[in-house]
Design a protein around this ligand. Structure first.
Ligand code: RIB
Length: 310
């Protein structure tokens, strides 16, 4: 069984489905609000567990009644939550999400406990995972020093690390020496490119492929850009690129969590010893399956469903 440590945020998601997303200052009305498990870290942990990995999750919850339900959902998925800190006097993270009739979303997050996750907690979790984990997956809805602890300790223990820069933090550039695999979407790639741009000749209006090449070769790390319906673009450190197409999609209901599904399944496959291209194929297939239901985790596929789709 592949073994993965996931470090990142856990949220409670409140989701309203509407015909279209609101503009600034605008009110849109949908028929209901539904509550789902969320947070890029916890979502990816669930994706990896459903894909057949043994998963430990490291993050933080608050001291409110949402903490227990957030943790119960993870336990129910078989995710080990021994590395989760329960913090006093802070709320569990919450995301307010609007999903339109095309499955596109708009998300605002109240970080709560995620925003004060202690780097020492993360360092302990990675140390405990040494000799156990085949991959550490980190996303960035947590403090910069907690992200750094995860990436640098993974490198210190020789554990392959996947860094999902969602959102991009300026401090990430300093972590490239630890050689994580980067998994931005196109807007995060643009932010990474802009951070690195000063010292290069790449034009600001560069295409996604040019930006991915530039980030991979400058930072000397593999870059996997998630492209939604167009799959994933992989740029290696030599500047070579290939595209892994998306899987078949029958209905787009809610794209929330598709990136987290990709990351969780990709990390599980890396931990299993797959090549980067094979792992990307599995991740992108799982992400294509995940968008057929409302809620970040609802549509995440099992290992069997991924195999069938492949
Ligand atoms: O990637 C989707 C996730 O982003 C949601 O579950 C929400 O909680 C935010 O963290």
């Amino acid at each position: 069984m592949p073994k993965v440590l996931v470090v990142g945020a856990v949220n409670v998601d409140l989701v309203v489905e509407t015909d279209r997303l609101p503009g600034p200052g605008e009110t849109v009305v949908g028929p209901t609000v539904t509550r789902h498990g969320g947070g890029k870290g916890a979502n990816a942990a669930v994706a990896a567990a459903r894909a057949g990995a043994e998963v430990r999750y490291c993050g933080a919850v608050g001291s409110d009644d949402m903490a227990e339900s957030a943790l119960a959902e993870l336990r129910h998925e078989g995710v080990d939550i021994a590395d989760v800190a329960a913090l006093d006097e802070v709320a569990t993270g919450m995301a307010l999400i609007v999903v339109d009739s095309r499955g596109e979303n708009q998300i605002a997050v109240g970080a709560g406990a995620n925003g004060v996750l202690d780097a020492a907690v993360v360092q302990r979790a990675v140390d405990r995972a040494a000799g156990w984990a085949g991959c550490v997956l980190v996303s960035t809805e947590i403090p910069a020093d907690a992200v750094a602890a995860a990436v640098e300790q993974a490198a210190a223990h020789g554990i392959p690390c996947v860094l999902n820069p969602a959102p991009v933090l300026p401090s990430l550039i300093g972590l490239m020496a630890s050689a994580p695999m980067l998994t931005p979407n196109t807007s995060e790639l643009r932010d990474l490119h802009a951070l690195l741009l000063e010292s290069t000749d790449t034009p600001a209006e560069a295409s996604v492929t040019e930006q991915a090449r530039m980030v991979a070769s400058r930072a000397v790390v593999p870059v996997l850009v998630t492209l939604g319906a167009d799959g994933v673009l992989l740029a290696d450190t030599a500047g070579d690129t290939i595209t892994v197409p998306a899987g078949r999609v029958d209905a787009v209901v809610d794209t929330t969590g598709a990136g987290d599904t990709f990351n969780g399944v990709f990390a599980a496959s890396v931990a299993d010893g797959s090549t980067v291209v094979e792992a990307a194929k599995r991740g992108v297939t799982a992400a294509s399956l995940s968008i057929a239901a409302v809620g970040a985790r609802t549509g995440m596929p099992t290992d069997e469903a991924i195999r069938r789709a492949l």
